[in-house]
Design a binder for this molecule. Structure first.
Ligand SMILES: [Zn+2]
Length: 332
């Protein structure tokens, strides 16, 4: 895409905090991209190494989910593309080694990766934001995140109060330029508004995203629900011995948020969390609405609530026995 000054004016950011400086940032980034667009190539960062990384990062043929919303991630790590009149929005960047696959998937759908102007994220773990730095370098896109996630992105590691902060090998490439957003304040690009709902628990800065997508006269509510798994590094507890558990309270509020959002299509950071493979199979068999399920968010929240209850019960037992910590297998 060729950027010029008119592109800046066409980018109508109606975020209430869209100050002149934010507006200008978009213009400056666009101008910088214009200068180098002809040579723009995605240069990936060093790959993350983990037991499941190769499996997670297997290629996935990109596809349209509904209306303006497309899946451009890998087989197991989501990356969602939203087409707007004024450019593309990307949610999540998966692993560092996923960035070239995401770039290729965007192009395979007929879009230009250079048209990605906004990148947002679910939560700041290496398997969901590892590719963001390279994708921002390649596109000049604005990266926007909750205050805690913005700090983590800049530091290239989970927030210090993240339950998995102490897990080994959890760093990811630092994202230099991050704009902080507010809970519930929509970001508008062209004809699309995406709304962040802060859903802390799995991470302190975790964010669920919602938007509406239309095919002709039919418009559906899409929810990109963040991970809601109460897992941690060894020794971290969600509860306290006294029984007061602000982390658990916040977690329950997040679960309630996702439970009550208008939701016709559920997406989430791991494709297995929303049954993508099964839905694709059903769609191929002729069930054109396989991704539409008005109960999906409620069931996603109920499963998370049950897992949180199990975790709390285990911690209560540990408090009773006077154990200081436990070994928990890290789950994304
Ligand atoms: Zn995670």
């Amino acid at each position: 895409m060729v950027y010029d000054k008119s592109d800046c004016h066409a980018t109508s950011w109606s975020h209430p905090r869209c100050t002149l400086s934010l507006y200008l940032t978009v213009c400056v980034l666009s101008a910088a991209t214009a200068a180098t667009h002809a040579e723009t190539r995605l240069i990936p960062d060093a790959p993350s190494r983990c037991e499941a990384c190769a499996e997670w990062n297997k290629p996935q043929t990109p596809f349209r989910i509904f209306g303006n919303t497309y899946y451009v991630g890998t087989a197991q790590l989501s990356a969602i593309l939203i087409r707007t009149k004024d450019g593309l929005i990307l949610i999540d960047g998966a692993l560092p080694q996923s960035a070239p696959l995401i770039d290729a998937n965007i192009r395979a759908l007929g879009f230009d990766t250079a048209e990605v102007k906004l990148i947002v994220t679910s939560h700041t773990h290496f398997d969901h934001v590892g590719g963001v730095a390279a994708l921002q370098r390649a596109t000049g896109a604005m990266v926007a995140a909750s205050p805690s996630s913005a700090q983590a992105l800049r530091e290239g590691r989970p927030a210090q109060d993240d339950p998995q902060f102490a897990s080994p090998d959890n760093r990811f490439p630092r994202v230099v330029d991050v704009t902080v957003i507010a809970d519930g304040e929509a970001l508008t690009m062209g004809d699309v508004a995406i709304t962040p709902h802060f859903t802390p628990g799995h991470t302190p800065g975790g964010t669920t995203w919602t938007w509406r997508s239309c095919e002709q006269q039919r418009c559906l509510n899409i929810v990109y629900a963040d991970s809601l798994n109460a897992v941690s590094a060894e020794g971290f507890l969600f509860t306290t011995r006294s029984g007061r558990s602000p982390l658990v309270d916040a977690f329950r509020r997040s679960i309630h948020t996702i439970e009550t959002l208008p939701c016709d299509i559920l997406l989430s950071p791991h494709s297995g969390f929303f049954g993508m493979a099964d839905k694709l199979r059903r769609r191929a068999e002729g069930q054109s609405d396989a991704f539409v399920d008005a109960t999906a968010c409620r069931r996603y929240a109920a499963a998370a609530s049950a897992r949180l209850d199990q975790r709390i019960a285990r911690e209560r037992e540990m408090h009773k026995r006077g154990e200081a910590g436990e070994t928990t297998r890290t789950r994304p």
